[in-house]
Design a protein around this ligand. Structure first.
Ligand SMILES: [Zn+2]
Ligand SMILES: [Zn+2]
Length: 165
């Protein structure tokens, strides 16, 4: 989706509202396709005393395997983003400014894509205290308890070990 912002930049337009849905179901992150639900983007671009500002919310549900037990889990993903838009740079450092070229059309999809990639979570846990998978037998320890966890060491044996060592 492109936003036409020429009138907004010259102060001849009311705030520009937008709302769109993006389909990224083929997008691959960490070897997975987490965007099985559409991304809903709603926002507004406004010009306040010559400063053009773009605010939007992006919302979706990510499907990712749990980092510890690999169970496929859904994660609510909501971010509120804000950018200052400029039509040219005055040789200053760009900072967080977004330069809108091409006759003041903003490629919203591209901007949302860049933002979501930056904001994409790095940790996925099905629950905070997920017990994960036993490294020895592969059992999901959230569901079953296996017998190969190291047995607690008998304190008497420990003393013996010290004497022998
Ligand atoms: Zn888990
Ligand atoms: Zn085990």
């Amino acid at each position: 989706m492109f936003l036409e912002l020429k009138k907004l930049f010259i102060g001849e337009s009311a705030p520009v509202e937008f709302s769109t849905e993006l389909n990224w179901s083929e997008e691959i992150m960490y070897g997975q396709k987490p965007f099985q639900a559409p991304l809903r983007v709603t926002g507004v671009a406004s010009n306040t005393a010559g400063i053009v500002c773009l605010r939007y919310e992006v919302r979706t549900v990510l499907k990712m395997p749990c980092d510890r037990c690999t169970a496929e889990t859904e994660f609510e993903f909501v971010r509120n983003m804000e950018h200052i838009l400029v039509d040219s740079l005055n040789g200053e450092d760009t900072g967080d400014l977004i330069v809108v070229e091409e006759g003041l059309r903003l490629d919203l999809d591209e901007l949302v894509h860049a933002d979501v990639m930056l904001e994409f979570p790095t940790k996925f846990l099905c629950k905070d205290d997920c017990k994960g998978i036993c490294p020895k037998c592969g059992i999901n320890l959230n569901i079953e308890q296996c017998r190969c966890t190291d047995k607690p060491i008998d304190p008497r044996l420990e003393v013996l070990k010290k004497l022998l060592g």
